[in-house]
Design a protein around this ligand. Structure first.
Ligand SMILES: Cc1ncc(COP(=O)(O)O)c(C=O)c1O
Length: 384
């Protein structure tokens, strides 16, 4: 049973509803960030992340740093690319555009390929771009939270490995880690950056990432010093390696309470096979997409193969607006998010169905949200 105070179900695509045990982990008594108890918890957490990202390569390096998803963009932009080097950004919405802006801010020479609204750049466009210029990195948003478009990272990796094998493959996994399959080693990825507050199910405040041995070599072999202090991977690598080896280490104080919560969240995730978790998110997604279609509504990600499995962006029918529908949903105990894409932001709402809301059979979050959506639309005068 949920022991949290009664509250509306937070069904936005992050932050999500948190499990009781995860929240209770944050009530841990205060510890030194270099004391043996905490060092052991942090070390175990880093080791578990290897399993979550599906990497057994000892050269892969996990990072957990106070911050959020955006810190991952900064780490990639300031550590893997030197000013003037080329970066190819594949954008499927607001967050792809943000990653491009971040790379530009640190002096990368950015080329952006933007998919049609609700779609993604196609392999032939990507291949053409890779043949035209040498790119240090290519980035893709695995799930763009503004559109619910899923990027096929495996196919992307196949193209990059064939056409430009030296280009580092970077994925923004903020809305995909722990809900979409990510095979870090098998797909030859060089970085996946994420945050705690989405499908991992840990309160906001942590940047979480995995970098490949190739990416770490790039960090160590830069010609110029990175124009950052806090986001310098060179400073963080020994800290992460020491914690994982259960040795105290200090660069900037971690949050013991958040790391306890992350440890609990990842332990829960890994207690069952990851394949089961991904399949469950697919089943819940199928149910949501079918219910949306039965209501006569369309989702932003037009093609089924481009649809994310842990969130759905739903076009509102004519005559129903975001300021009209969100308060009606809230009256029924459900919180959805408005649109975020610059071209269509006022025309759709976003429904997150990930983590405990998708995995815990005792919660009725998804069914309640679908019922509330149907009723709210009817109150707005919409007939399916
Ligand atoms: C796909 C994606 N990338 C990056 C971010 C930025 O993460 P944060 O808001 O945790 O800094 C978000 C936030 O929602 C996101 O959904």
């Amino acid at each position: 049973m949920c022991s949290q105070a009664a509250h509306p179900a937070l069904m936005i695509p992050g932050p999500i509803e948190f499990d009781d045990a995860v929240l209770q982990s944050m009530a841990h008594y205060s510890e030194s960030h270099v004391g043996p108890g905490f060092v052991s918890t942090f070390g175990d957490t880093l080791s578990m992340l290897r399993k979550l990202f599906q990497t057994t390569n000892p050269a892969s390096q996990p990072f957990v740093i106070n911050g959020s998803g955006t810190l991952g963009w900064d780490m990639v932009a300031v550590n893997l690319v030197e000013p003037g080097e080329n970066a190819l950004v594949l954008s499927t919405g607001y967050f792809g555009d943000g990653f491009a802006d971040c790379l530009t801010a640190y002096g990368a020479n950015v080329t952006k390929i933007t998919g049609p609204v609700g779609g993604r750049p196609q392999p032939d466009e990507i291949e053409k771009a890779l043949k035209e210029k040498k790119y240090k990195i290519i980035t893709a948003t695995h799930v763009d939270t503004s559109t619910g478009v899923l990027f096929d990272l495996k196919s992307l990796s196949d193209v990059v490995k064939r056409v430009s094998p030296e280009t580092l493959i970077i994925a923004d996994g903020v809305c995909s880690v722990a809900c979409e399959e990510i095979a870090f080693d098998d797909w030859g990825l060089d970085a996946v950056v994420t945050a705690g507050q989405k499908a991992i199910g840990c309160p906001t405040g942590l940047h979480i990432s995995m970098f490949s041995g190739r990416a770490i070599d790039v960090v160590h072999n830069r010609k110029t010093e990175p124009a950052t202090y806090f986001a310098s991977m060179k400073r963080w690598i020994p800290i992460m390696q020491n914690y994982e080896a259960k040795k105290p280490s200090y660069f900037s104080t971690p949050s013991p309470q958040l790391i306890h919560a992350l440890n609990t969240a990842v332990s829960q995730i890994l207690a069952r096979p990851l394949s089961e978790r991904f399949q469950r998110h697919i089943e819940v997604s199928d149910k949501v997409k079918k219910a949306v279609a039965d209501l006569g509504l369309k989702v932003v990600a037009a093609k089924p193969e481009d649809q994310a499995h842990a969130m759905t962006a739903i076009y509102l029918p004519d005559g129903v607006s975001i300021p009209d529908i969100l308060p009606k949903l809230l009256n029924k105990g459900i919180i959805f998010a408005g649109g975020l894409h610059k071209e269509i932001g006022t025309k759709y709402i976003r429904f997150g169905h990930m983590g405990p809301s998708a995995m815990d059979p005792k919660r009725n979050d998804v069914d309640n949200a679908l019922k509330a959506l149907k009723e709210s639309l009817a109150e707005s005068g919409y007939k399916a």
